[in-house]
Design a protein around this ligand. Structure first.
Ligand SMILES: NC(=O)c1ccc[n+]([C@@H]2O[C@H](COP(=O)([O-])OP(=O)(O)OC[C@H]3O[C@@H](n4cnc5c(N)ncnc54)[C@H](O)[C@@H]3O)[C@@H](O)[C@H]2O)c1
Length: 393
């Protein structure tokens, strides 16, 4: 039998607890320790699985004999914990977003690159489990195989992240500049921003319009409209909020060879019989349109929410060199998109990518100074919630 990887979960709140269960259940992994700064929480979860409890991640890294860790703490702590673990040659699977801002994300990637000189097989993965979903894999497949031809426009209306005020009033680090580092772009949308760049790549210019606490008593953004421009001519739109009920999850990707739409769990392809660009040049009638055929695109069934697949892939990458589904180094892109939208909105102007990272961090520090959140051992935890209900799609 192959050896089981010794894994610890750091941060066992709403998300870390199911991760601990999955690590315990998977044949490739063995849960060996729990770490949480909330002593009662760490003890309770550790007792449930009969493993060691730690309250300080540094002590865990120094004392426990680990192959890997899963980081499921609030966002700011993703950076120091990942960096310290990677420097010791411990494999890391970090929750989304990998960091609050690109400077922190860059530090993590640099730490990984330099640790690899000493530990060449080191694995650094991110919890972007929506990359395992059948319909998203099919969207990626259709784009990559050239089925849509040259892309013209990508529009994502992702407004089914509705949260009432009581969600924000549950306290803790959420929806504060000092505790969380942002609002809907940093908490709910990292998955969508990651998928967006996975499908169609990064834009060259970003214009963002955001509203801070427009529908909720919060200090971060709860409504966002962004416009993305690409040097190749494609444009993109990203629209999100936590204040629309019923919300939408509609993705439209338009290329010269047709239009792909995902909505209500269905993937529909309007396939042009000929290139739209060629038709624009050659059509003889003023109101002629390209003939198109409509197809409902089948995709493979996938488990949701799918965290276990990412943990399994992380383990298989360590054990057998399996290709990572979501390498953590790609996690900087969704952070960059979120930061760019906010920076553009703060400056009231279009920003080029990569953004001025110092300017964004400076603005963030200013917001942190005015934040109502002050970190104590008991303020970092949010009240328990039904995790399954928290997911869109
Ligand atoms: N991938 C997903 O689908 C998904 C879903 C929910 C949350 N998340 C992510 O998981 C992470 C945690 O979110 P949550 O909802 O579980 O939060 P939570 O507040 O419920 O839990 C966080 C836990 O971390 C502990 N903690 C805080 N600082 C710590 C530190 N330095 N060391 C050890 N423990 C520490 C807290 O005491 C708490 O128990 C966030 O990054 C969040 O974005 C991901």
């Amino acid at each position: 039998m192959t050896k089981k990887l010794k894994i610890a979960v750091i941060g066992v709140g709403v998300m870390g607890r199911p991760h601990a269960r999955d690590v315990n259940d998977l044949p490739q992994t063995q849960l060996v320790a729990i770490c949480d700064i909330d002593r009662a929480q760490a003890d309770a979860v550790a007792a449930q699985f009969g493993v060691a409890a730690y309250n300080d991640y540094r002590e865990l890294l120094a004392k426990a004999n680990l192959d890997g860790i899963i980081v499921a703490t609030p966002h700011y702590d993703h950076t120091p914990i990942s960096i310290d673990a990677l420097a010791r040659g411990v494999h890391v699977l970090v929750e989304k977003p990998i960091a609050v801002h690109t400077k922190d994300a860059r530090k993590m990637i640099e730490a990984y690159e330099s640790a690899k000189a000493k530990y060449p097989a080191l694995v650094f993965s991110a919890m972007f489990m929506q990359r395992t979903y059948g319909f998203w894999r099919k969207v990626k497949d259709l784009i990559d195989s050239g089925e849509l031809g040259k892309l013209v426009r990508t529009t994502w209306i992702i407004t089914d992240w509705f949260r009432p005020q009581v969600y924000y009033d549950s306290g803790g680090w959420r929806a504060t500049w000092a505790g969380e580092g942002g609002g809907v772009l940093l908490n709910q949308c990292p998955h969508n921003l990651d998928l967006y760049q996975w499908f169609v790549g990064m834009p060259n210019r970003v214009t963002g319009f955001t509203a801070i606490g427009k529908y909720h008593h919060i200090e971060v953004e709860d409504e966002v409209t962004a416009y993305f421009e690409y040097n190749n001519g494609m444009v993109g739109h990203f629209i999100t909020t936590t204040a629309e009920s019923p919300g939408s999850n509609r993705l439209e990707i338009v290329g010269e060879k047709g239009k792909l739409i995902f909505e209500n769990g269905k993937l529909t392809f309007y396939r042009n019989r000929q290139s739209m660009f060629k038709f624009i040049k050659e059509a003889t009638g003023s109101f002629d349109k390209v003939e198109n055929w409509v197809a409902e695109i089948p995709f493979q069934y996938h488990d949701q929410p799918g965290h276990k697949h990412i943990i399994e892939n992380f383990a298989n990458a360590i054990l057998h060199g399996e290709t990572l589904i979501a390498p953590a180094v790609e996690g900087i892109n969704s952070v960059m998109l979120g930061n760019a939208i906010m920076l553009s909105s703060f400056l009231n102007q279009t920003v080029d990518l990569p953004i001025d990272e110092d300017a964004y961090e400076e603005k963030l520090q200013e917001l942190i100074k005015g934040s109502k959140f002050h970190k104590t051992k008991h303020s970092v935890k949010t009240s328990d919630a039904d995790l399954d209900k928290s997911f869109s799609t």
